[in-house]
Design a protein around this ligand. Structure first.
Ligand SMILES: [Zn+2]
Length: 118
């Protein structure tokens, strides 16, 4: 199988496997697909797989913040990796500059670890 998941096909599969469709929608930004409860009790989005199930608005907000924070950190991490690549390929890196970027990278990874641990 290659490419994107067909949500309609996936939803049909979920229903066939005994999952029930919920009134809640996927918390991933721009997704909005209905969530499904598997016979095992797990809550899944047809596209994003397992999702956090939240009970209150406050909790929902917290999860959304965490998810968007993580995607920002992912972008930062990629950016820093690109900069590091650039530094070692195209120019003779200044050691101090290199160390600074490595520290930034290290910090990003530490924050990502912290937010995924809860
Ligand atoms: Zn989704």
């Amino acid at each position: 199988m290659s490419g994107k998941i067909d949500p309609v096909k996936k939803m049909a599969e979920l229903l066939k496997s005994g999952a029930t469709m919920l009134a809640e929608t996927c918390p991933v930004k721009g997704c909005n697909l209905p969530l499904f409860k598997l016979p095992s009790g797990e809550i899944v989005c047809p596209v994003h797989g397992k999702v956090y199930m939240v009970k209150t608005e406050e909790e929902a907000l917290e999860v959304k913040e965490k998810l968007s924070l993580r995607s920002v950190l992912d972008k930062l991490e990629n950016k820093v990796l690109l900069i590091l690549d650039d530094l070692s390929n195209n120019t003779i890196p200044q050691t101090s500059e290199l160390i600074e970027w490595l520290e930034v990278l290290e910090r990003i990874r530490r924050i990502k670890k912290l937010i995924s641990e809860k």
